[in-house]
Write a protein that binds this ligand. Structure first.
Ligand SMILES: *Cc1c(COP(=O)(O)O)cnc(C)c1O
Length: 404
């Protein structure tokens, strides 16, 4: 049974006060909070078996290696990858995307086309622009609708035999829109284009099955999944990971080195140059275990209740407009009140103990579409409550009165 009071006990930070008020943490789309079990995994690593991995014959090194590789298998199972070596541990979503973009530089020719969606995070726009500059490939954009959905008809028109890559987020971090990624992937494959899905915002709410999706690359960050910062994953189909050249040279990623020629290590080590975030990788595995103990169905159901309740209560505030109104949404609400600057609302909410995000949410093209400087974004997690939403609504009414 889903028991939010019990779940809240797992998160020490939720007992904090901010300016004398109980913390209401509604900035989960930027980063999630960390349960005690993940904090314990980090402390355990540094207290008991801190050592470099894959190279040592000594016990500590073997223990650390075993735990790190166990974490990779947990992640593999969670995403249902066929092989553990298809999971590359990276420093996060941004790193994973850059790894693929850099690798594709050697496959693309002038006139090839890359498609991205209008809903992308900057980390999923800039690497492709850099790739286009380097290769002469052309960037095409799937336009969006007023409700925050993608114009899928336009997408189907954009696809052609020059399309080599399609990039889209699974869920938009700015609006919460869940994109029809299965349709996007299947259509791209009909013209033999590869697809990379940015799952940074989807993975806290949805358990993706990379084999069922038949996706070529899927990326995510641990810190949005109750794990630590500085670690994430790149899932790649084996055939793609074998084709892609290595991203960085260094230790760990080689098989043999002489000054005449170096041969690269096999997967996944080919893409894991240098000493990785060992502790982070292990704690990522613990975070995935933790979330699966609660269960993604229970999480999705409860978060949807918060979304429905929050939306209904927010819309009672006169002059409040919500951006992103599709039916398929995660628990993210982006909004403005009249012409009040989002930053001013955010500053008052903070004084009242409430953490939200304000600004363009690393998605300036979406803000340009709506012709606004930014929004206030409240994003709920499974450890939030309706009582917190009530406090938030009261605080917003106060902020509105002060700023009107
Ligand atoms: C957070 C986020 C990113 C960037 O993730 P990092 O962990 O900062 O690398 C990329 N895309 C989306 C949709 C995000 O929500």
């Amino acid at each position: 049974m889903f028991n939010v009071d019990k779940i809240r006990e797992d998160f020490p930070i939720l007992k904090r006060t901010i300016h004398g008020k109980p913390l209401v943490y509604f900035d989960n789309a930027a980063t999630s909070q960390t349960p005690q079990i993940v904090i314990d995994a980090i402390v355990d690593y540094y207290s008991n078996y801190n050592a470099n991995i894959h190279r040592g014959v000594h016990t500590l090194s073997q223990e650390a290696t075993d735990k790190y590789e166990e974490a990779r298998i947990k992640i593999q199972k969670h995403f249902n990858a066929k092989e553990a070596y298809e999971i590359i541990l990276t420093s996060g979503t941004t790193d994973s995307i850059n790894m693929v973009a850099s690798g594709f530089a050697s496959f693309l020719n002038k006139g090839d086309e890359i498609i991205v969606s209008a809903l992308e995070h900057h980390s999923n726009i800039v690497p492709w622009q850099m790739l286009c500059e380097k290769t002469g490939a052309i960037l095409k954009v799937i336009p969006m609708n007023e409700d925050g959905s993608l114009q899928m008809n336009e997408y189907h028109h954009l696809l052609n035999e020059n399309t080599k890559l399609v990039f889209c987020n699974h869920v938009s971090n700015a609006l919460g829109t869940v994109n029809p990624i299965k349709e996007i992937i299947d259509a791209a494959h009909k013209v033999n284009a590869a697809v990379l899905i940015d799952g940074a915002q989807a993975t806290p709410h949805i358990k993706p099955d990379v084999q069922k999706l038949d996706v070529d690359f899927y990326v995510a960050s641990a810190h949005k999944l109750c794990g630590p910062t500085g670690v994430g994953l790149l899932y790649g189909k084996q055939e793609w990971l074998e084709k892609l050249p290595p991203y960085q040279g260094g230790g760990e990623m080689i098989e043999t080195v002489t000054f005449e020629k170096t041969t690269y290590a096999g997967l996944p080590h080919k893409f894991e140059a240098g000493t990785p975030n060992i502790c982070g990788g292990i704690a990522f595995g613990t975070a995935i275990d933790y979330l699966n103990t609660i269960g993604f169905n229970a999480i999705a159901k409860y978060e949807n209740e918060l979304l429905v309740y929050g939306t209904q209560e927010l819309l009672k505030i006169e002059g409040l407009k919500i951006y992103g109104t599709t039916k398929e949404k995660t628990s993210v609400i982006s909004f403005n009140i009249d012409e009040i600057h989002p930053y001013d609302i955010g500053a008052i909410l903070d004084k009242l103990g409430i953490a939200v995000r304000t600004g363009h949410h690393c998605a300036q093209p979406i803000m340009n579409f709506y012709k606004i400087p930014g929004t206030v974004r409240a994003s709920f997690s499974f450890y939030n409550t309706k009582e917190e939403i009530d406090l938030f609504i009261e605080a917003l009414k106060r902020a509105k009165k002060m700023l009107a």
